[in-house]
Write a protein that binds this ligand. Structure first.
Ligand SMILES: NC(=O)c1ccc[n+]([C@@H]2O[C@H](COP(=O)([O-])OP(=O)(O)OC[C@H]3O[C@@H](n4cnc5c(N)ncnc54)[C@H](OP(=O)(O)O)[C@@H]3O)[C@@H](O)[C@H]2O)c1
Length: 335
């Protein structure tokens, strides 16, 4: 790759106060010196957070111009760190790419060796991006519930926003681990797909959206992965069984949380926060090893909603924010 050769990227620019996504031809000299490893990106993905960044909602991006995309997977072209060599297959999820640093919507990108994970043998680069930040977050959530003592057979485990990226991955991973999984969704039409992923039962998300949740409801859930937040999380907290744990990772339904201390002090409910962005390296590696082991190829393929070119990212960003994506969107940098 010569420094003069152009390659495609989606760049967010703010020419006159409003953010505009533009398809650009960049050269290596246009990329910021943000890392010692140059990666030829094969695939990225579209997460809810990317949708917020591309449409300029939610204050995700710190400065413009920037290449968005919180995920990337590709091959190392050159490396200033002996831990990585040309040809190595690597992925990056988070670590500030697509927010503070330039991200995955570019055929080439510079990353720090410390941000990169060597893609496990069992996964190809596209499969790694079907998983992406969403699957990785789901895995961290499952590991957190397990660390809190949740074991299969102890009771029902709820997943909210079950048709979305994090939610669908969480359904698959929890079912694979032997739990009885209940999927909360606004799309009961996705019943067959969610049951195929391992959901034992579905509930409509309305059931968890009490406008003013009572401090305590009847106990139902032994564990939960919540991607929705807001009144859904408040209702969930009030419905947990004694010593049950919630992995709280999302805000698709809103960032506010109005609750009371009663579930915590009367039932010992545990509310555990999940941060995939800056999760320490040993835990990050453990999560990726387990993802590669636990998600079989057939399951992964059913989780891919669409494989899109860079040019389709702006429109798909609107779709994901409107709750219209089922599973995961992969972005093909060679399309
Ligand atoms: N903490 C972390 O490290 C981390 C990492 C990744 C993602 N996240 C967060 O997790 C959330 C999910 O991300 P994602 O990429 O999986 O997004 P996604 O694919 O859009 O999934 C979100 C799902 O939430 C449900 N939903 C959407 N709007 C809703 C509303 N108003 N009320 C209730 N439910 C609603 C929908 O599922 P149904 O149609 O099935 O109801 C939707 O598919 C986002 O808030 C994201 O920012 C956090």
């Amino acid at each position: 790759m010569s420094v003069h050769e152009p390659f495609p990227a989606l760049v967010l620019e703010k020419p006159a106060g409003t953010v505009e996504p533009r398809l650009r031809q960049l050269r290596l000299t246009d990329l910021p010196e943000q890392g010692e490893v140059l990666v030829e990106v094969a695939y990225s993905s579209l997460n809810y957070k990317d949708g917020l960044a591309v449409t300029d909602r939610g204050r995700i991006v710190r400065g413009y111009p920037i290449v968005p995309g919180v995920d990337l997977a590709g091959r190392v072209v050159s490396s200033g760190d002996p831990a990585l060599a040309p040809g190595d297959r690597v992925l990056v999820t988070g670590r500030g790419i697509g927010e503070d640093h330039w991200g995955g919507y570019s055929r080439y990108q510079r990353v720090q060796a410390e941000w990169a994970v060597v893609v496990p043998e069992a996964l190809d680069l596209r499969q790694a991006m079907i998983i992406g930040t969403a699957g990785y977050t789901a895995m961290l959530s499952v590991m957190t519930l397990e660390a809190q003592g949740l074991r299969p057979g102890e009771g029902e485990v709820l997943v909210t926003g079950a048709s979305g990226g994090v939610g669908s991955m969480a359904v698959a991973l929890l079912a694979r681990a032997g739990h009885r999984v209940v999927a909360s969704t606004g799309r009961l039409s996705e019943r067959d797909w969610l049951e195929g992923l391992g959901a034992a039962a579905l509930i409509h998300r309305r059931e968890l959206a009490e406008a003013e949740p009572r401090p305590l409801r009847s106990e139902r859930w032994a564990g939960a992965v919540d991607t929705v937040g807001g009144t859904t999380l408040a209702t969930l907290i009030a419905s947990m069984r004694r010593h049950g744990s919630i992995a709280a990772c999302g805000l698709a339904g809103g960032p506010q949380l109005a609750t009371s201390v009663f579930p915590f002090i009367l039932r010992g409910v545990n509310l555990m926060g999940i941060d995939s962005n800056y999760c320490p390296a040993p835990r990050r590696l453990a999560a990726w090893q387990r993802l590669a082991r636990d998600l079989d190829v057939a399951c992964l393929e059913t989780l891919q909603h669409a494989l899109i070119p860079l040019a389709a990212v702006p429109a798909m960003s609107e779709t994901i924010l409107a709750g219209g994506v089922r599973g995961r969107v992969v972005v093909d940098l060679n399309a």
